[in-house]
Design a protein around this ligand. Structure first.
Ligand code: 57M
Length: 359
């Protein structure tokens, strides 16, 4: 909004020229989202407590989690509001990719909110059924992928990390491929969200990495220098990733151990989905396996554990899946697991950024 309201005035008031710059809008977009979370956080937590939206803790998990009973959940709505408000304020709303990102946030946010609402407010045992939730995610992801596919400046070639000359063209198959990326990331983030700050930390880290990818792809000279496909409209992804990182930091203020609030499905499902969406738009879809490598590790630990458990009728590879529970049961203190997982996420993000140069 500020871009549309103030930038046109730059011919009379030259300082408004600054609203043209993506770097400026990214920084202030992230600060705005951060401040909204920080200021509204205590009020939202009080409201959630008043509405008795408190986490039920399963007693089959690590015993240390029993003390978390009643911690308000659904804090994701605070993140969703901050990202949306800040994006509306700082992004170029005429940019088609900005619209698609907001739609992705809305569709997946609605799935998460409905799930939490049924579980927390209606006290409906497990919220949406796993099948119902999955079908809604697939449908939403197909809509988003189709919209991206239709964008005139979007191509359906894959970017293979480290190999700049190999770019297989998926054509129409790009739509189901992109949908798998989006649904997969949404669910992997959801599985990771099981310790204080464990999911939001790597989300912030991945958002910062994609902020760079979006900026580079959107800048004709830098893109040419790094041999990255130039997509002018992609630059605005930096602004949105900035709002995601800022909102994430603001939420972490309250979600850091010992957490005063959990994000719930209202947070984990849409945040994973918009990471998947931005990876597709910036044409760094496959690299998401590295950028969000921590989410992949957590999801793979569940697949292996469940598969092995079924095959062997009750035997386990890990003490408990997802992997963070394994380390907890080995006796690591919760903050140690969290910070070590963050360290892995930062390392993976750095490796992924190096692909801009090594190719
Ligand atoms: C949701 N939810 C957390 C919170 C958060 C197939 C199976 C592996 C699925 C998996 C599962 O259900 N995962 C998805 C995980 C829960 O957090 C809530 O859920 C939201 C995210 N959707 O925002 O609202 C608990 O996590 C803890 N938490 C924190 N801090 C946070 O900031 O401490 C969350 C956020 C919260 C809180 O304790 O209550 C969760 O873990 O339930 N299932 C599992 O993860 C279960 N694993 C399991 O059964 N493993 C089996 C295999 C064979 C399937 C095994 O390894 O033996 C574990 N979860 C629980 N008990 N609660 C283990 C058993």
């Amino acid at each position: 909004m500020l871009y549309h309201l103030l930038y046109p005035l730059h011919t009379e008031i030259s300082i408004f020229n600054i609203f043209r710059y993506i770097t400026f809008r990214t920084i202030y977009g992230s600060l705005t989202a951060f401040l909204i979370c920080l200021v509204l956080g205590p009020w939202v937590i009080r409201k959630l407590k008043k509405m008795q939206i408190g986490q039920h803790i399963q007693d089959d998990g690590p015993q240390t989690h029993l003390g978390k009973k009643g911690t308000p959940t659904m804090g994701g709505i605070l993140i969703l509001f901050s990202i949306t408000f800040s994006t509306l304020l700082w992004a170029n709303l005429a940019n088609h990719y900005v619209g698609i990102m907001l739609l992705s946030l809305f569709l997946f946010g609605s799935i998460g909110i409905i799930d939490d609402y049924l579980m927390q407010v209606k006290k409906h045992n497990k919220g949406l059924t796993a099948r119902g939730k999955f079908l809604l995610q697939v449908f939403s992801a197909l809509v988003i992928s189709w919209l991206i596919y239709r964008c005139p400046d979007f191509n359906t070639q894959l970017t293979i990390p480290f190999l700049k000359n190999i770019t297989p063209d998926l054509g129409l198959w790009y739509i189901p491929f992109a949908a798998i990326v989006i649904v997969g990331t949404s669910n992997a983030v959801n599985l990771t969200d099981g310790l204080d700050g464990l999911a939001i930390g790597p989300i912030i880290i991945a958002a910062v990495a994609y902020m760079f990818f979006g900026y580079v792809a959107g800048h004709s000279e830098i893109a040419a220098y790094l041999h990255v496909k130039h997509i002018a409209a992609c630059g605005e992804m930096a602004v949105i990733c900035g709002t995601l990182a800022g909102a994430g930091l603001g939420f972490l203020w309250f979600n850091s151990h010992p957490a005063q609030v959990f994000m719930g499905d209202s947070g984990s499902i849409p945040l994973g989905a918009i990471l998947g969406t931005v990876a597709v738009i910036t044409k760094q879809e496959i690299l998401l396996v590295v950028v969000g490598g921590l989410f992949v590790i957590e999801a793979v630990s569940v697949i292996l554990q469940v598969g092995y458990f079924k095959m062997t009728k009750g035997k386990r590879i890990f003490r408990m899946a997802p992997l963070h529970h394994h380390f907890e049961l080995k006796g690591w203190a919760e903050p140690k697991v969290i910070v070590r997982f963050w360290i892995i996420a930062v390392t993976l993000a750095l490796i992924s950024l190096s692909t801009l140069k090594i190719r």
